[in-house]
Design a protein around this ligand. Structure first.
Ligand code: FAD
Ligand code: NDP
Ligand SMILES: CC(C)=CCC[C@@H](C)[C@H]1CC[C@H]2C3=C(CC[C@]12C)[C@@]1(C)CC[C@H](O)C[C@@H]1CC3
Length: 519
C-alpha cells in the first residue's frame, strides 16, 4: 500500500495500531511485503494461467470446434434449470462462476446459498465479416477477444480495458471505454442476446425480436435469465492509434478542453482524461490510422516501458505532443499497471531495474490477487481504499470533480466520456433525450482526514443521485433499496420479471449488488 495517507501517517502504521489481530508476524509480512508473494508466486502463476487460456482458445478457434459444442452446452444449462423447476423452485438461481474470479473487490455471498447453475460457455463462436458481427459465449474475456479479432483486422467498437472482463459481466453489469462517447456503453454495441429463461426455454432477443427483453437485460445482473450467446458489432481495426496529449493547468481548463474534445470534435475516435490533481491534468484524443510518422512510434506494451499513467503525467506542462501506439497496445494501455493500483502492490514496479528484469511478467491477475489477499489485506483495503466509478452528466463534471476532491482527494482520476442514448431500461436520461455523460473513476488511498468507507461513499452516492448520475455496481454500493430505485429506473425490469416469471427464480438486482450481499 502507499505509505502516506490523509494525516501523514502510513496506512500500515495506522492499521497496525488499530487492529490487534494484525500484530501477528504473518499480518505484518502480508501488509509490508505483499510484493514478495506477488512477485515470486502470483506473477509466474498469472503468466502460466494466461498462456494456458490463450493457447486453449487459439486452438479451439482454429479447429472451429466451439460452434458444434455450443448447442450441447446450452442444453446442459437448460437441463439444470429444468431440474431446478422439478425440484420445486425452492432457492433462487445464480451462475456457478466463483466469486473470486469476478472483477470486483468483493465476493458475492449469495453464491454459497443460491442454486448454482454452471454456464461454462467460454469460446468465440463465429466472425461474420459480411454482417460485421462476432458471436461469442458469455465467458469470453476482453483479452481473448482482442487476441482473436485484432490479427484478423477487426475489433469491437468498445473494448473495455481490463483483460479479464467477460462479455456476460459487461452486459449484465456495464462496460465503458474511451470510444464510448461515439458508441455508448457495452450494451449499445450488442446486436442480440440468447438466454435460457426461468422455465428452461431458450429465447433470443434483439431490437426487432422480443425487444422489451433486449432493453431490460443490461444492468439486470443475471436476474432475468442466463446469457448463453451474444452477437456484437465489429469494426475494422487499423494498425496504430495516433494519440495526442494536451496538458491542462486548471480545473476550468480541464473541463472545457475535455468537453470540447468530446462534444465538438466528431473526429476523435477516443477521448480520455487523467487528472493528477484538481488543477493538473492531461486530456488525450486519439484516432486509428494505418501508418505512423517516422520516429513517433511508441510500443508501450514492451516490458521495459514505464507505466502508462506515469508516461501520460510526463506530458503535463508540455506543449501538445503526438505519438503513435500499436492499436492493441492502446486498448490494453492501463493493463500492466491495473490503472494505478499496482503502485500499492509492487511499489517499485515502475523502477527501470524492475521493469527490465521482471516487467514481462506483469500484471498479476486481479482474480488471483483477490483469491490470495486474505482477511488482513482485505480489511486494509476496506478501511483505507476507495474504488468507485460514478457516471454523471457531462455538464456536472466540474461539481463532480470538486466533490471527489472534498471527499477523497485521490489522484489520478480517470475521465471517460460516454453517450447515453435514449432507450428504455435501467439507465434513463433525465431529459428524455440522448445525453453526454462522463465516467469518473477513482481508485486508491484517500488523502483526506475524514475518510470513512461507508459515510464517505454514501455522501458521494448522494451527490451522484442529485445530479441524475449512476454508480457502477461492481464497486461497493451503500445505497438503501429506495435510493437504489431512485437512481435506476426499474419500470421495464419489473415488467420483465413478471412476464418471465422470475420472482422465485432469481434474486432482484439490489439483492445481488448492495454491500449487504457481498463479502
Ligand atoms: C505477460 C503477458 C500479458 C498478456 N497480456 C495480454 C493482454 O493484455 N491482452 C491480450 O489480449 N493478450 C495478452 N496476452 C496474450 C498474448 O498477447 C497472446 O498470447 C496473443 O495471442 C499473442 O499474440 P501474437 O502471437 O499475435 O503476438 P504478440 O507478439 O504476443 O503480441 C501482439 C501485440 O500485442 C502486444 N501485447 C502483448 N501483450 C500485451 C499486453 N499485456 N498489453 C498490451 N499489448 C500487449 C504486443 O506488444 C504486440 O504488439 C498476454 C501475454 C503475456 C505473456
Ligand atoms: N471498463 C469497464 O467497463 C469495467 C467494468 N467493470 C465491471 O466489472 C463487471 C464485470 O466483471 P466480470 O468479472 O466480467 O463479471 P461478473 O462475474 O462480476 O458478473 C457480473 C454480473 O453478471 C452476471 N452474469 C455474468 N454472466 C452471466 C450469464 N452468462 N448469465 C447470467 N448472468 C450473468 C453475474 O451473475 P452471477 O452473480 O449470477 O454470477 C453478475 O451478477 C461489470 O459489473 C462491469 O461493470 C469493472 C472494471 C472495468
Ligand atoms: C475502468 C473502470 C470502469 C473500472 C476499473 C476498476 C478497477 C481499477 C478495479 C476493479 C476491481 C478492482 C480490484 C483491485 C484493484 C482495482 C480494481 C482492479 C484489487 C486488485 C486491489 C488489490 C486487492 O487485494 C484485490 C483487488 C481486487 C479488485
Amino acid at each position: 500500500m502507499s505509505n502516506k495517507t490523509k494525516n501523514g501517517h502510513g496506512v500500515q502504521e495506522e492499521i497496525h495500531n488499530k487492529n490487534p489481530a494484525e500484530k501477528s508476524w504473518l499480518a505484518y509480512i502480508l501488509i509490508h511485503y505483499r510484493w514478495v508473494f506477488v512477485c515470486f508466486f502470483l506473477l509466474p502463476l498469472s503468466l502460466v494461467y494466461d498462456i494456458y487460456h490463450l493457447a486453449r482458445s487459439w486452438v479451439i478457434f482454429k479447429l472451429n470446434s466451439a460452434p458444434k459444442k455450443h448447442d450441447e452446452r446450452v442444453k446442459f444449462v437448460q437441463q439444470q434449470v429444468r431440474e431446478w423447476n422439478q425440484q420445486g423452485r425452492s432457492t433462487p438461481m445464480c451462475t456457478a462462476r466463483p466469486g473470486w474470479q469476478t472483477i470486483s473487490f468483493r465476493q458475492p455471498k449469495y453464491k454459497k446459498t443460491l442454486f448454482n447453475v454452471k454456464v461454462n460457455l467460454i469460446d468465440v463462436l463465429e466472425i461474420d465479416t459480411e454482417k460485421k458481427t462476432v458471436r461469442v459465449e458469455p465467458l469470453v474475456s476482453m483479452g481473448q477477444l482482442s487476441a482473436t479479432l485484432n490479427p484478423l483486422g477487426w475489433t469491437i467498437p468498445i473494448l473495455p480495458e481490463m483483460d479479464d472482463l467477460t462479455v456476460g459481466g459487461l452486459i449484465m453489469g456495464t462496460g465503458i471505454e474511451t470510444s464510448s462517447h461515439k458508441h455508448g456503453l457495452f450494451q449499445h454495441i450488442c446486436v442480440s442476446y440468447e438466454l435460457v429463461m426461468a422455465d428452461g426455454s431458450a429465447v433470443k432477443c434483439s431490437k426487432e425480436e422480443n425487444s422489451d427483453l433486449y432493453y431490460a437485460i443490461p444492468w439486470s445482473y443475471g436476474t432475468l435469465g442466463f446469457l448463453t450467446a451474444v452477437e456484437i458489432e465489429i469494426i475494422p481495426a487499423l494498425q496504430f492509434v495516433r494519440l495526442e496529449y494536451q496538458s491542462v493547468s486548471s480545473l476550468d481548463e480541464a473541463c472545457r478542453v475535455f468537453q470540447e474534445q468530446t462534444l465538438k470534435d466528431e473526429n476523435n475516435q477516443f477521448v480520455e482524461g487523467l487528472m493528477f490533481s484538481l488543477n493538473r491534468g492531461v486530456i488525450m484524443t486519439a484516432n486509428m490510422v494505418n501508418s505512423a510518422e517516422p520516429g513517433k512510434l511508441n510500443v508501450i506494451s514492451r516490458w521495459y516501458k514505464p507505466w502508462f499513467f506515469k508516461h501520460v503525467e510526463s506530458f503535463w506542462g508540455q506543449e501538445p505532443h503526438v505519438e503513435y501506439i500499436p492499436t492493441r497496445d492502446y486498448f490494453h494501455r492501463h493493463s500492466r499497471s491495473i490503472f494505478w493500483e499496482i503502485q500499492d502492490i509492487i511499489p517499485f514496479g515502475n523502477h527501470p531495474v524492475f521493469r527490465y528484469l521482471f516487467g514481462w511478467m506483469v500484471p498479476p491477475k486481479v482474480s488471483l490477487l483477490k483469491l490470495t489477499q486474505g482477511e488482513t489485506v482485505k480489511e486494509l483495503y476496506e478501511n483505507n481504499h476507495f474504488i468507485q466509478d460514478m457516471l454523471v452528466p457531462m455538464t456536472t463534471l466540474k461539481d463532480a470533480l470538486l466533490c471527489f476532491e472534498k471527499e477523497v482527494k485521490i489522484y489520478p482520476v480517470w475521465l471517460c466520456p460516454f453517450k447515453l442514448p435514449m432507450a428504455p431500461g435501467m439507465l434513463r436520461s433525465p431529459s428524455g433525450k440522448q445525453e453526454m455523460y462522463v465516467d469518473i473513476g477513482t481508485y486508491g488511498v484517500p488523502k483526506v482526514n475524514n475518510f470513512h468507507p461507508v459515510e464517505t461513499t454514501r455522501r458521494v452516492e448522494s451527490f451522484v443521485r442529485s445530479v441524475n448520475g449512476f454508480q457502477m455496481l461492481y464497486a461497493d454500493s451503500y445505497m438503501t433499496e429506495a435510493e437504489f430505485h431512485s437512481m435506476f429506473d426499474h419500470t421495464l425490469y419489473n415488467q420483465m420479471r413478471k412476464k418471465y416469471d422470475c420472482d422465485k427464480a432469481f434474486p432482484r438486482v439490489y439483492g445481488k449488488v448492495s454491500r449487504a450481499a457481498r463479502d
